[in-house]
Design a binder for this molecule. Structure first.
Ligand SMILES: [Zn+2]
Length: 209
């Protein structure tokens, strides 16, 4: 009996976010005139400070096809992989004439404006089980709150930078150890979210620079 959120961690917290996948937004592709059949282009996906993926894309009459991926480490191409994953286009009529284009997720058949490439497959956000970064950030905040509650329950301060509180005399060792593990899990998860947030900020600053 621990009682502080052991089993209640939100499912969202464990999930990857939309930033852990490469997004193809059909509105942007259309706006930039990239959807003409026969067109081919490369997308760059920066995975970290050292690893960059170049995704080779081809547009067919009714399909967007990912042909291959070249991985570069520290700016040097190191491997090429043939992928050949395709997603069909769908269209719905607009109120004032013309058509609006969509992708048709091949897993759930949903019409979506954004399709994600991750783990060599193209699918919608739901099928890849991706959450938005803000959803995971909220999860990180909740994890911090839980870690603080555990410390306060042991008579300690909410400050996570201080050492973990000593075992109160009245508490059994088993319960104390369990709380300690739970605190560590939540605390680490909070730090992980914080690190992801810092990386995101840095990347968006780099984009602006
Ligand atoms: Zn789907």
């Amino acid at each position: 009996m621990v009682g502080i959120g052991s089993g209640e961690r939100d499912r969202d917290e464990a999930k990857a976010t939309t930033e852990d996948a490469h997004a193809f937004d059909i509105r942007l592709l259309k706006k930039n005139g990239m959807l003409a059949p026969g067109n081919s282009f490369d997308c760059t996906w920066i995975l970290g400070d050292w690893i960059t993926l170049r995704i080779g894309v081809e547009v067919e009459q009714h399909l967007l096809v990912i042909k291959d991926i070249v991985t570069s480490i520290a700016g040097r191409p190191s491997s090429r992989r043939v992928v050949d994953q395709a997603v069909p286009f769908a269209a719905t009529p607009c109120a004032y004439g013309g058509f609006r284009r969509w992708f048709r997720c091949q897993k759930c058949r949903r019409r979506v404006a954004v399709i994600y490439f991750r783990g060599d497959s193209l699918a919608c956000r739901h099928c890849h089980e991706l959450v938005y970064p803000s959803q995971r950030q909220r999860g990180g905040d909740r994890a911090r709150d839980r870690a603080q509650k555990i410390r306060m329950r042991l008579g300690g301060s909410a400050n996570l930078l201080l050492p973990f509180p000593e075992k109160p005399k009245w508490m059994r060792w088993r319960n104390y150890e369990r709380l300690r593990v739970l605190e560590l899990e939540n605390h680490s998860y909070n730090l992980e979210c914080l690190a992801a947030w810092i990386t995101r900020r840095r990347r968006s600053q780099e984009k602006r620079a």
